[in-house]
Design a protein around this ligand. Structure first.
Ligand code: FAD
Length: 308
């Protein structure tokens, strides 16, 4: 029986591991299929405090892991497929083994939805395709970028990008935006924003340097194709929170994000089960906010286990 199991080894899980290990809880971290989490897919993180020159995402999470190990956190490469959370002892089913714990921190993240078109994979994470304007917008100063999507997040990303880009083209498959009327108005009236209506992206093209140079747009009305030059391609078509194995026991919102108890960022309705990071945060989705929630969850877990 483990005292505390932490699910996920992104910024939230690793920060929780540092705090819990320093509090002598000897946490076991189940890393899932992406050790280090989403940040390992980007080469340049410029907004994590303490790194004035920026830091490689993989290096940052490796350092967090070393810091947690230094205080006694243990790591296993395992993914939880099923969970039973309705008893004092929580049970986690992974391939080939079943684990039990007194307290559990779920920090399983949220995966950005991708389009799945040719060229996207090669350009993802540092070569021009991004799902986060807050993270990557500043890399596109004076350049032309596109945003794919038509909802409020797409509108927000497009407006944010106007602070840096020379031109932002919003690509939307319909003839009007799904975004709220006020956001839609701001977007279509912004002098730096153009909208490619009735358009979908068929392919993403790289230049000789391996970086994004254009998208191929298909007009859904007549299937005609055209190239739109751009250096940055921002996907704003949603995220999928990794919360499925726990859905029967914890509150989720309409998109599948964990909904913490009122008055707390990280407590759930099941005593001893805490959530942290992007899996419980549809709004900010940043490394530093995930780390902050990981810290909160570990402090809560320490308080919970000390009452047992
Ligand atoms: C390309 C890219 C660039 C980014 N750049 C920046 C940036 O510059 N600055 C910034 O602040 N943010 C950036 N972000 C966002 C940042 O990466 C996330 O906000 C942050 O990683 C969230 O941390 P997390 O720990 O909540 O989740 P994640 O990093 O998503 O980690 C989730 C962890 O859970 C594990 N897991 C999932 N399911 C299971 C399961 N069933 N069982 C066990 N483990 C499981 C995974 O293996 C993974 O280790 C970027 C994101 C991307 C994709």
């Amino acid at each position: 029986m483990e005292n505390l199991i932490i699910l996920g080894s992104g910024c939230a899980g690793l920060t929780a591991a540092i705090y819990a290990a320093r509090a002598n809880l000897s946490p076991l971290v189940l890393e899932g299929v992406q050790p280090g989490g989403q940040l390992t897919t980007t080469s340049e993180v410029e907004n994590f405090p303490g790194f004035p020159e920026g830091v490689d995402g993989y290096d940052l999470t490796s350092r967090m892991r070393q810091q947690a190990e230094r205080f006694g956190a243990r790591f296993e490469f395992a993914e939880v497929k099923e969970a039973r959370l309705d008893e004092d002892v929580k049970t986690l089913v992974c391939e080939g083994k079943t684990l039990e714990c007194r307290a559990l921190i779920i920090a399983t993240g949220a995966s950005p939805r991708l389009l799945g078109v040719p060229g996207e994979k090669a350009l993802w994470g540092g070569n021009g395709v991004s799902s986060c304007a807050t993270c990557d917008g500043a890399f596109y100063r004076g350049k032309e970028v596109v945003v794919i999507g038509g909802g409020d997040s797409a509108a927000e990303e497009a407006l944010f990008l106007t602070h840096f880009a020379s031109k932002v083209t919003l690509i939307h498959r319909r003839g009007e935006l799904r975004a709220s009327p006020i956001m839609a108005k701001r977007v279509v009236e912004h002098p730096k924003v153009a909208v490619a209506w009735f358009s979908t992206v068929n392919e993403m093209l790289a230049g000789e340097d391996g970086k994004a140079r254009a998208v191929v747009l298909r007009d859904v009305r007549d299937d005609s194709l055209r190239e739109l030059p751009c250096s940055g391609i921002f996907l704003a078509i949603g995220h999928v929170p990794n919360t499925k194995p726990f859905a029967a026991y914890l509150d989720l919102d309409g998109e599948g994000y964990f909904v913490p108890q009122p008055g707390s960022n990280v407590r759930t309705k099941v005593p001893g089960v805490f959530v942290a990071g992007d899996c419980a945060d549809p709004h900010y989705r940043q490394a530093i906010t995930a780390a902050g929630m990981g810290c909160q969850a570990a402090i809560e877990a320490e308080r919970y286990t000390s009452t047992l």
